[in-house]
Structures are given as structure tokens and as C-alpha cells.
Design a binder for this molecule. Structure first.
Ligand SMILES: NC(=O)c1ccc[n+]([C@@H]2O[C@H](COP(=O)([O-])OP(=O)(O)OC[C@H]3O[C@@H](n4cnc5c(N)ncnc54)[C@H](OP(=O)(O)O)[C@@H]3O)[C@@H](O)[C@H]2O)c1
Length: 240
């Protein structure tokens, strides 16, 4: 008997965790489509995985672009939501509260908007995996804003797992992962922050995109997992 090849779509698949997930799911024999806003970045990501994936450039924060992407795409099996902005970090007393709204616009709304637009064509026997952040699960000074943004995704997952059943809905909460997400920091500052987090993390290092990709692949491929938050942080949650 021939098995049908599963098709996974990775929103924000042109960099970091999304790109590592594309590589992982391709390795598992799936068909993969990666997306991102920047066409050049998408092209080089596509080349880095040997041109093995499909690709589409659009902005997940723009509902019309999201709608036409999913209409064009047709039926598929798994949705991985890796797009984000970087707003909301910093001490609460100086936090610009408009950053919380921007963070919702850049991360929460695009992820929810993609899922909503995908529902008519997403295989009910498939899965959706959101990406939140461990910042929403730990009591660490300086992350209240980013926790407020990411906490929304942790909150909706069990509800959607029940409301959208039998579609499986899960979320991964990564710790500190070495990806281009941190490029807003100067090299030296980034290295110092990574070293500090590595020291605080029980496994003694920060994460690699591949660590999180493995966690995502587990949720995508395990048909008995739904409504779950899978924290992939090297134990930082319990030690920070
Ligand atoms: N790295 C960490 O330490 C860490 C920790 C916790 C959680 N996370 C979360 O993990 C997820 C992946 O982050 P990453 O570290 O892999 O970051 P990354 O390397 O910056 O990748 C982000 C990806 O999302 C795409 N993207 C961003 N906004 C988009 C939009 N509006 N429409 C379509 N694509 C969009 C980017 O491509 P374009 O820029 O070309 O659009 C890129 O492909 C994010 O949700 C992030 O918040 C990361």
C-alpha cells in the first residue's frame, strides 16, 4: 500500500526555527512549503535546503495576502506558525505599552489569521503548531511585555484543540534559541546575553533552532498529542 505524502506549511519558514523545522520535516519525507515576507531571504533559505521545498512570499500580518495564499495552496495537512516580531522586551517601569499592541499585531494576529484562513483546506486529521515562548511561563524580570504577547497563544491552544477537533492544536514554547531573531543586538551584546542564559540553563547551553524543530516535528507527527504546550528550553523555566 502506498502512503500519501503529508504536506506541511511553515509560516515564517525562511529563517531560524521555521527553517530548521522545514529541514526536519523534509527529512521525515513530508512535502514542505516555506513562507516569509522577504523574497531574497526566502530564496536563500530555499537554496539552503537544496530547493526541496515549495516557497511563497507574503506578509502574514496582511489578511488579504494570507487569504489568497491559502486559496492558491489548496488542501494540506500540517500548519506550523513561526512568524513573529520582536517587541515587548525590557523592564516594566520603562516598557512602552504600545509595544504590547505591536507585538500582538506582529505575532499573535498573524498566527491566528493564518490558522483561520487555513481552516477550509487544512486536513482535519492533521495538525497546527503555534510557537509561543517560555517567557510566558517563567517569573523573570524584564519579560512582562513579551510574556503578555506570547501568553495569548498559550491560552488559546487548549480551547482550539477542543473547538477545532479532530484537528490537533499544540504550541511549542522555546527558551533562548540562537537564531536571527536576536540580530537586533550588536554581536558582543548578543554573545554576553547568550553566555548569561547558558549559565542559567540547566543543560548548560542555549538552544539551537534544531532543538525546537525536533519538538515541533514530534507534535506534528504524533497523532495523540493535542491541546499541549511543549516547553523546549533546556530547563530554563525552572532555573531563571
Ligand atoms: N529565537 C528565540 O530565542 C525564540 C525564543 C522564544 C520564542 N521564539 C519564537 O520562535 C518563532 C520563530 O522565531 P526565530 O527565532 O526562528 O526567528 P527568525 O529567525 O527571525 O524567523 C522568523 C521568521 O518569520 C518570518 N516572518 C516574520 N514576520 C512575518 C510575517 N508578518 N509574515 C510572514 N513571515 C514573517 C521571517 O521572515 P521575514 O522577515 O522575511 O518575513 C522569518 O522567516 C517566533 O515566533 C519567535 O517569537 C524565538
Amino acid at each position: 500500500m502506498t502512503e500519501t505524502i503529508q504536506h506541511a506549511v511553515i509560516i515564517g519558514g525562511s529563517s531560524g526555527i521555521g527553517l530548521a523545522t522545514a529541514r526536519k520535516l523534509l527529512g521525515l519525507g513530508m512535502k514542505v512549503t516555506i513562507t516569509g515576507r522577504n523574497q531574497d531571504k526566502l530564496n536563500s533559505a530555499w537554496k539552503s535546503i537544496g530547493g526541496a521545498a515549495e516557497k511563497a512570499a507574503f506578509d502574514a500580518s496582511k489578511p488579504d495576502e494570507v487569504g489568497s495564499f491559502f486559496e492558491r495552496l489548496g488542501p494540506f495537512d500540517h500548519l506550523v506558525l513561526a512568524a513573529s516580531g520582536g517587541k515587548g522586551l525590557g523592564p516594566f517601569h520603562t516598557l512602552d505599552l504600545t509595544d504590547i499592541g505591536s507585538g500582538v499585531d506582529e505575532k499573535v494576529r498573524p498566527q491566528l489569521s493564518c490558522l483561520q484562513a487555513a481552516l477550509p483546506t487544512l486536513n482535519k486529521g492533521g495538525s497546527v503548531t503555534f510557537i509561543s515562548a517560555v517567557s510566558a511561563q517563567l517569573a523573570m524580570p524584564g519579560v512582562a511585555g513579551i510574556a503578555a504577547i506570547n501568553g495569548m497563544l498559550l491560552t488559546v491552544v487548549p480551547i482550539l484543540a477542543v473547538e477545532l477537533k479532530p484537528l490537533r492544536v499544540n504550541v511549542v514554547a522555546p527558551g533562548v534559541i540562537d537564531t536571527p531573531w536576536w540580530d537586533f543586538l550588536a554581536e558582543e551584546q548578543r554573545r554576553a546575553i547568550f553566555a548569561d542564559y547558558a549559565g542559567k540553563t540547566p543543560v548548560g547551553r542555549i538552544g539551537r533552532a534544531e532543538d525546537v524543530a525536533d519538538a515541533i516535528a514530534f507534535l506534528v507527527s504524533n497523532g495523540f498529542m493535542t491541546g499541549q504546550v511543549l516547553t523546549c528550553d533546556g530547563g530554563l523555566r525552572f532555573a531563571a
